[in-house]
Design a protein around this ligand. Structure first.
Ligand code: FES
Length: 164
């Protein structure tokens, strides 16, 4: 979809909606897909479309794990930070990923390939510790399969669409 199509589609949906603000996450997400992240321009556009203040949109944008207010890498690695994953040594998985990719949580690798972010429960507790990369779940994780997953993503690039 082009930017014009996004604006047209959501303007129509907002007009037809009984509670227009219900569309805010969808609008942010659509614009994020367009820009790669929810830039300041996209945030202001969202506010304008919905008749909200930029601060109101910012509060929502920073609440949701899957709305990115800064540019992210080709792959966004959401490491589960939920209690079940913690019980299954998620902290060592997180540390291993950060060490392997040479980044801190929230950062993007120098080659722009990976961004690591902590997330609330991913709903994959029976495969803890788990992570989600561009909409695909992985688990249970250990250093061996993490290396394999990263290698596959580096050598066989797949879909780059950021998904929630
Ligand atoms: S606590 Fe990690 S997937 Fe649920």
């Amino acid at each position: 979809m082009t930017l014009e199509e996004i604006l047209e589609t959501y303007s129509r949906r907002i007009q037809e909606s009984e509670h227009p603000r219900e569309q805010v996450v969808d609008v942010m997400y659509a614009l994020q897909k367009q820009y790669g992240y929810l830039s300041d321009d996209a945030l202001h556009l969202t506010a304008e479309l919905l008749g909200m203040t930029p601060l109101e949109v910012e509060e929502l944008a920073t609440f949701y794990d899957f709305i990115y207010r800064k540019p992210v890498g080709r792959y966004v690695i959401h490491i589960c930070d939920g209690v079940v994953c913690w019980m299954f040594q998620e902290n060592s998985v997180f540390a291993y990923l950060c060490k392997t990719l040479e980044v801190e949580p929230g950062e993007t690798t120098a080659d722009g390939m990976f961004t690591i972010l902590p997330s609330a429960c991913l709903g994959y507790c029976d495969r803890a510790p788990a992570m989600l990369i561009n909409g695909r779940l992985y688990g249970p994780l250990d250093p061996g399969n993490i290396d394999e997953i990263l290698h596959t993503l580096r050598t066989e690039p797949g879909e780059t669409v950021i998904d929630r």
